[in-house]
Design a binder for this molecule. Structure first.
Ligand SMILES: Nc1ncnc2c1ncn2[C@@H]1O[C@H](COP(=O)(O)OP(=O)(O)OP(=O)(O)O)[C@@H](O)[C@H]1O
Length: 725
């Protein structure tokens, strides 16, 4: 029996060791959590986070940035101030055992999702760009203890289900545009409640006043006056508004106290009051007369003293403001004005690195700022203290209503016409791709005038167009020999698939036109030219630092990663080159011509496109055999990286014979550190870390390998570039 027990013990021990080994040595994360974190990564638009992958991976074992685990479960996600953009997506509820999520101080937009993990205890989404209402479903996280949604653009009333969060002790909702009353909170056991600077109204529930740390300024709460027959009672709201120490009773009479005063008031009848007033006034008048005789000489001096005293008081009030009931609604946070107005989906990570949480000033904001608001551009975490140092008299008026930033505001000009009746469902989605008439496009391009002609490619000519509101468009007029190869149905399918592409580094299709035998594609206009031009313009080239070049490579890689690995079915670009990498207003890189491969492979330009790509040094070797896969895009991407490294064109006839084709000249030297130092773009003037240069060269070598199957995937390249940054 004892022997059997020993055997059992040994068995259990071995089992535990195996579990331990599997957990800590193999580090395999729970597959459900992996799927959840992969989906979150997609929703956040693949931010540059160390270790994070789009598909699969081992977040716990590989120590993904911001991820904490216990055994194989993700228990914490801490990514505050990591410049996240995108949205929250719908995967938060899929984490099996998560306890804390901190995504504060980022640029996450969209609404708060309606599924939350039931295990969560601490959730902070503060200082983001979230809009919409607080979802009812938040109550499914019954163990939530600490919830911080402050500093967003949330609106609407508090959902009644918030009252079910019985474990909640800390709730921060300040600096939003929330409305309605606070009634739903009154039965919670809150210790810390901040609702400042919202649009809450109605009387404050009495129970909330006993919360040890309750902050509520800057809301239009009711200031109902309790009616009293003889004495004007102080407003009921004087109690909450008069600043009281947390947890201490409010200054000012409570309701029962006021009824005592009311009873006292009855003793003083109007008649008695009149007599008392007359006698008192007579005595006062005599006294004043006597004093005046002696003090008349000092009168002027006293006046001056009083004046000085007034100024002193005023100064003091600037230094230490009092938030009294006289100015409750003026107490808006300074940065609320710029935040609402500059809300945008995502900032450039390069630009933001140095100013995380600092809100850029717009022209209008500066007007306000110069006069009164020295704290407007302070980091967000400081605004509470900055606000408290401001004189309420000097606050600007409440912010104007929030108008969300819209990337493209083009109205559909005509209803979508589906000429093919066979598969009407395959027509482009009218909400994403707008149908334009030829007449309107003529109007926007001044009848496709010469001065609006931008350039011509294999598929047709591109014109600049201007909408009545000044927004610029790039209108690609497809050659009839290209578009003629396609049926209406195929064209709609093409438009539909391009219009679904949504990526910060891909030029957005605004709309299309198919009329009078013409087919046109209408894109967002990128006003800063192409990477090809930037690299070969002496002035701009000098400004492209090594760090910027890595960043540009990363942005291009992300766009291809999206096309190859996120889009379903995957999209091969087929014409990837620096002339198709455009720079937008913020000098962020946008890949053009995405999704046009079906047009390029149409018989009229198929051969030409292949030959041109090869002729300009971007074509992968397999192109000659008529094969083009996403690995061929990887090859072309390697050539673009080579351009970034050397500052040379992919094909340059003006160079000596052996140097005309960049790949042929550069690749054999990529592993020679001395040769590498010689081939690097001279305009960098040596300002690059050698190690970084050599890693960049390694990526290029792997991309331009002869055998397609040996080339890395774009997500691997993205990870490599991220590590370099
Ligand atoms: N969205 C855009 N914004 C600004 N300029 C654009 C835009 N799209 C294209 N262009 C410019 O229009 C011109 C023609 O572009 P197009 O893509 O048709 O040809 P290409 O890139 O020169 O050659 P290819 O046919 O091989 O792609 C180029 O100068 C290109 O930079």
């Amino acid at each position: 029996m004892g022997c059997m027990n020993r055997g059992l013990c040994v068995g259990i021990c071995i089992g535990l060791i195996l579990i331990f080994t599997a957990t800590f040595c193999v580090g395999l994360t729970d597959p459900t959590d992996v799927v959840a974190i992969n989906s979150l990564y997609v929703a956040l638009e693949y931010p540059p986070l160390l270790g994070w992958l789009l598909v699969g991976g081992d977040p716990c074992g590989d120590k993904w940035q911001g991820v904490e685990c216990v055994f194989s479960n993700i228990t914490e996600l801490r990514l505050s101030g990591t410049n996240l953009g995108g949205k929250l997506g719908d995967s938060l509820g899929d984490f099996g055992a998560i306890l804390a999520i901190d995504l504060s101080n980022n640029h996450i937009g969209g609404t708060i999702p309606s599924n939350f993990p039931s295990t969560i205890r601490n959730l902070s989404l503060s200082a983001n760009e979230l809009t919409g209402m607080i979802p009812d479903a938040l109550s499914s996280s019954g163990q939530l203890m600490d919830l911080d949604l402050s500093g967003n653009n949330l609106s609407g009333q508090l959902p009644s289900s918030l009252g079910n969060l019985s474990s909640l002790t800390t709730l921060h909702l300040q600096n939003n545009q929330l409305t309605g009353t606070l009634d739903v909170l009154q039965d919670l056991l809150l210790q810390d409640l901040n609702v400042e600077n919202n649009l809450f109204s109605g009387p404050i529930p009495a129970k909330l006043l006993s919360i040890p740390n309750f902050r509520k300024d800057g809301n239009p709460f009711n200031t109902t006056v309790i009616p009293s027959p003889t004495i004007a009672a102080p407003p009921l709201a004087a109690a909450p508004y008069a600043e009281k120490a947390p947890g201490k009773p409010a200054i000012g009479p409570s309701v029962p106290e006021m009824s005592k005063s009311t009873r006292a008031g009855k003793v003083f009848t109007t008649k008695r009051l009149t007599w008392i007033s007359i006698i008192g006034a007579s005595i006062l008048f005599s006294l004043v007369l006597c004093v005046c005789v002696f003090r008349c000489k000092k009168g002027r001096q006293e006046k001056e003293n009083t004046k000085r005293h007034d100024i002193g008081t005023h100064k003091a009030s600037r230094e230490k403001p009092k938030y009294t009931e006289s100015v409750p609604q003026q107490n808006y946070p300074m940065e609320k004005v710029p935040r609402g107005r500059v809300a945008k989906p995502r900032d450039s990570y390069v630009e933001n690195n140095g100013r995380r949480g600092v809100f850029p000033k717009l022209q209008n904001e500066q007007e306000v700022d110069v006069k009164n608001t020295p704290t407007v551009s302070l980091p967000k975490k400081d605004y509470d203290s900055d606000m408290s140092s401001m004189d309420t008299e000097f606050l600007p008026p409440p912010p104007p209503p929030f108008f969300p930033f819209e990337k493209v505001s083009v109205e559909p000009m005509v209803p979508l016409k589906v000429t093919s009746s066979r598969h009407p469902s395959k027509s482009p989605n009218a909400s994403s791709a707008k149908a334009f008439t030829v007449a309107l496009l003529q109007q926007y391009t001044n009848s496709f005038s010469h001065e609006n002609f931008i350039g011509e490619g294999m598929l047709g000519s591109v014109y600049r167009g201007e909408l009545p509101d000044g927004k610029l468009l790039a209108i690609k007029k497809l050659d009839t020999k290209v578009s003629g190869q396609q049926s209406d149905e195929d064209f709609f399918e093409l438009v539909s698939s391009i219009s679904k592409l949504r990526h910060a580094n891909i030029v957005e299709l605004v709309g299309y036109c198919t009329e009078h035998g013409q087919r046109l594609l209408v894109y967002e206009y990128c006003r800063n030219g192409t990477l090809h031009d930037a690299l070969h313009d002496d002035e701009i080239q000098k400004k492209l630092s090594w760090k910027t070049r890595i960043q540009v490579a990363l942005e291009a890689a992300r766009a291809l990663e999206y096309l190859h690995e996120i889009c379903q079915p995957p999209i091969v670009h087929r014409n990837f080159k620096s002339a198709n990498l455009l720079l937008d207003d913020k000098l962020e890189l946008c890949v053009s011509d995405c999704g046009l491969a079906p047009l390029l492979s149409s018989s009229s330009v198929s051969q030409l496109s292949g030959r041109l790509l090869t002729a300009y040094g971007y074509g992968a070797p397999e192109f000659d055999l008529g094969s083009y896969t996403y690995r061929s895009d990887v090859y072309s991407f390697g050539v673009v990286m080579l351009e970034l490294l050397t500052g040379r064109k992919s094909f340059d006839r003006s160079r000596p014979r052996g140097e005309q084709f960049l790949v042929r000249w550069a690749v054999p030297q990529l592993h020679d550190i001395d040769a590498l130092a010689r081939m690097v773009d001279p305009s960098l003037k040596g300002a690059y870390p050698m190690k970084s240069l050599s890693r960049f060269a390694d990526i290029i070598s792997s991309c331009v390998q002869q055998e397609p199957e040996f080339r890395p995937s774009m997500s691997e390249i993205v990870q490599e570039l991220l590590r370099m940054i």
